[in-house]
Design a protein around this ligand. Structure first.
Ligand code: 13P
Ligand code: SF4
Length: 315
């Protein structure tokens, strides 16, 4: 099928089967274009909870589709490529986290949403990059905390809040590959352009960045900041939304240290138009979780959503 035929078939199946397509900002442009909602992981989790469509196709990575299933278990949740994982989710297993908890029984566990359902089930509270700082600040100051699995986000939150959370040793291999040296060179040749970075970047990169935030926070900043050019230190998929909302602004994408290619998350880019079409046609790969796991994993996610509402982070 040609690209246009695939797009038409996807639109036809969407209508025929009443499918809602949720797309993360890191998906390829064509998938973002076809999605009913495009957002960061927090906004997409909310959409997954709200939708009454019988089938959710989650164009993102596995842990995001699992979160959708946990929040709306009566829906059929599909993921175009079942291997679309995440280096953070892979760095931490449920049994390993359980062992770590046993070594620190006086700590609660706050886990970044980029983790498996098993890890969520071992956690007291989930956060995303969009709410982590505010949620941690809302916990009692003397509360001891294990933060899993992203040590870069965790140490950033430690610096922002003055906490001393115990950090799991995981990283996003995409953001962690960025180097401060390359960004400094870009800053020197583009002194009018502030650097916007995701908090999954390492501490040296964040130290030379002018704005640090989740994908949604970066998009908001770019829309309102009084600059015409921006250096973007995050996954390249976000450039689609940045350019769409700000046609008069220029974006300079930072590349990884291994190559001069754009910063692509190989997992996010596993979803293609063809796989999206096939998954809508065949209604698989489907996310299946047992009821007990859904029950245990939903508690810390619902707690995150409730706290985020109370704190005015989301509606
Ligand atoms: P957001 O929570 O900002 O959507 O980020 C998800 C992610 O995977 C970033 O690498
Ligand atoms: Fe995971 Fe990093 Fe890819 Fe996000 S960009 S899905 S954190 S590997």
């Amino acid at each position: 099928m040609t690209e246009n035929e695939l797009k038409n078939e996807i639109l036809r199946l969407k209508k025929e089967k009443d499918i809602v397509i949720l797309g993360h900002y890191y998906q390829i442009d064509e998938i973002q274009e076809l999605s009913d909602y495009v957002g960061d992981s927090l906004a997409l989790a909310q959409e997954a909870q709200r939708t009454d469509a019988p089938i959710i196709v989650f164009c993102g990575v596995h842990f995001m589709a699992e979160t959708a299933k946990i929040l709306n278990p009566t829906r059929k949740v599909l993921l175009p490529d079942r291997n679309a994982s995440c280096s953070l989710a892979e760095s931490c297993s449920g049994p390993d986290l359980r062992k770590f908890k046993q070594q620190h029984p006086d700590h609660i566990v706050v886990s970044y949403v980029n983790c498996s359902a098993e890890v969520k089930a071992e956690s007291d509270l989930i956060c995303t990059s969009g709410n982590a700082e505010k949620l941690i600040n809302a916990l009692p100051v003397d509360q001891k905390i294990i933060f899993a699995p992203d040590k870069n986000l965790g140490s950033y939150i430690n610096r922002q809040t003055g906490r001393n959370m115990l950090l799991w040793d995981g990283v996003c291999t995409v953001h962690d590959a960025l180097e401060a040296e390359g960004i400094l060179k870009l800053k020197q040749s583009n002194p009018d352009a502030p650097v916007v970075a995701h908090p999954e970047c390492n501490a040296a990169v964040l130290a030379v960045s002018d704005f640090i935030g989740s994908t949604k926070a970066m998009l908001n900043y770019i829309q309102t900041a009084p600059y015409k050019r921006f250096i973007v230190a995050t996954e390249s998929g976000i450039l689609y939304e940045m350019r769409k909302n700000n046609p008069d602004k220029e974006f300079i994408a930072v590349s990884s240290k291994e190559s001069c290619a754009c910063l692509d998350c190989a997992y996010m880019k596993m979803n293609t138009l063809e796989k999206l079409y096939l998954c809508m046609r065949d209604e698989q790969p489907e996310i299946l979780l047992d009821a007990d796991l859904i029950e245990r994993a939903s508690r810390p996610i619902v707690r995150m959503l409730d706290m985020s509402k109370q704190l005015g982070i989301i509606k």
